[in-house]
Design a protein around this ligand. Structure first.
Ligand code: SF4
Length: 236
């Protein structure tokens, strides 16, 4: 599996390059809040919601002084306002209760499994959200798997799994060193531009030579819509 991932990663880097990222790692608390906001919406809307929330407080503790309905209103643009505001408020309350302060800096000393266990113990936070904290805030060599990465890796034939979480665990220990950010980000871009949920553009796909998908689409040529705005690389 490692060799196949290396090959796919190489093709993606040849096509897209190595995605840029800030030299300074972002705050893990901001990454987890951003990832909660990103569920079931696009990166532009979740970034608007993130900025609305961030601009309305001096420190994240201030969220707990607001009514839940105010938080919900601030993040409305990202959808699922009630569910997402509850997850954020619950997380902040738990951090205050367990550690006496609203911060996730204590997780930096823990290993990947301990961090996943701790973060997923909070209601509304799943493995995908925890893995985004590992990659984007702690620079661990972990590739988060959302529905798009899951779809692509199953189409390619790298895995045969029934959920993003199962795909995540299937590939977790096979990501070549220092390549998780590039692999994850370029797969997201591939899923937006070529390996779309319907009518994938296999005729132009940069990883076609590594893909075993049975229903490749070589017809219906359509323009590629470039889309390279990524929420979690925009949180600095
Ligand atoms: S060849 Fe087609 S199915 Fe395979 S990864 Fe590319 S777009 Fe997706």
């Amino acid at each position: 599996m490692k060799k196949k991932i290396q090959n796919i990663n190489k093709l993606l880097v040849n096509h897209y390059g190595i995605p840029e990222r800030s030299k300074k790692l972002p705050d893990p608390l901001e990454i987890i809040i951003g990832t909660i906001l990103s569920q079931n919406t696009n990166d532009k809307n979740s970034y608007k919601a993130f900025l609305n929330l961030k601009k309305s407080v001096k420190v994240w503790d201030d969220i707990l002084k607001m009514k839940p309905s105010q938080v919900e209103k601030l993040i409305k643009v990202a959808g699922l306002g009630k569910q997402k505001s509850q997850a954020i408020i619950n997380l902040l309350k738990n951090l205050k209760k367990d550690n006496g302060r609203i911060s996730l800096n204590h997780i930096k000393k823990k290993n990947d499994e301990e961090i996943i266990d701790e973060l997923t113990s909070h209601k509304g936070i799943g493995v995908k959200t925890a893995s985004c904290v590992l990659l984007f805030a702690l620079d661990r060599n972990i590739c988060p798997v959302d529905t798009h990465v899951h779809r692509i890796l199953n189409r390619i034939g790298l895995v045969k799994t029934t959920s993003p979480e199962k795909t995540f665990y299937a590939i977790k220990n096979f990501i070549p060193e220092k390549s998780a950010h590039s692999f994850h980000t370029n797969l997201l871009r591939l899923g937006r531009e070529y390996c779309t949920p319907t009518n994938p553009k296999c005729y132009d796909c940069p990883v076609e030579s590594e893909c075993n998908f049975q229903d490749k689409n070589y017809s219906k040529k359509r323009a590629i819509k470039k889309n390279d705005f990524f929420l979690l690389d925009s949180i600095k």
